[in-house]
Design a binder for this molecule. Structure first.
Ligand code: 5GP
Ligand code: ZN
Length: 154
């Protein structure tokens, strides 16, 4: 089975195994809800992954509460990376579905220390958007948000 199909239980999920201590990892932090460990293929020196213990496929699958716990650990790890490694900057990267480079289907946030000479490039170039299209797309997203808010009030 493609690991992209791995939703719900987390059966066969490498990050569930890491969270449970059943697969090896270089763990740097853990608490009741989250685990942080070194990425096995680091984009830069000090690349850390933060995951919820509970299996969720991606940002659209993780519960709001778990997301808050993960982001709190992300900031804690970022402070530690800053203190320990003194990077020139820090990127957070978070991928959802294969088209957005997700390769492990257990929600995670990358904490990536950055240095001026680390060779990483921005994933997009700054090109001015078409104002009409920006307005139209903004309106579509806003409508979805307004409808979502209206639904959550019922
Ligand atoms: P994604 O591409 O899904 O955003 O990121 C998945 C990350 O997990 C990759 O950067 C990859 O190097 C890392 N990864 C995959 N398998 C393992 C593993 O078994 N152990 C560790 N520590 N990292 C892993
Ligand atoms: Zn999992």
């Amino acid at each position: 089975m493609d690991s992209q199909d791995n939703s719900g239980s987390g059966e066969g999920c490498i990050f569930c195994a890491i969270a449970a201590g059943e697969a090896p990892s270089i763990r740097v932090y853990e608490d009741e809800h989250t685990v942080a460990f070194m990425d096995i293929n680091p984009a830069t020196r000090g690349h850390v992954l933060v995951i919820p213990r509970l299996h969720a496929r991606d940002l659209l699958d993780v519960s709001g509460d778990e997301l808050l716990h993960v982001m709190s650990t992300v900031q804690r790890v970022a402070f530690a990376v800053e203190e320990a490694l003194h990077p020139d900057g820090i990127n957070l990267i978070q991928a959802n579905r294969r088209a957005a480079f997700q390769s492990v289907y257990h929600f995670h946030v990358h904490v990536i220390p950055r240095w001026w000479d680390d060779g990483l490039r921005p994933p997009w170039s700054h090109r001015a958007g078409d104002p009409d299209e920006l307005r139209e797309l903004g309106q579509r997203v806003k409508t979805a948000l307004d409808e979502g808010l209206a639904r959550s009030q019922h």
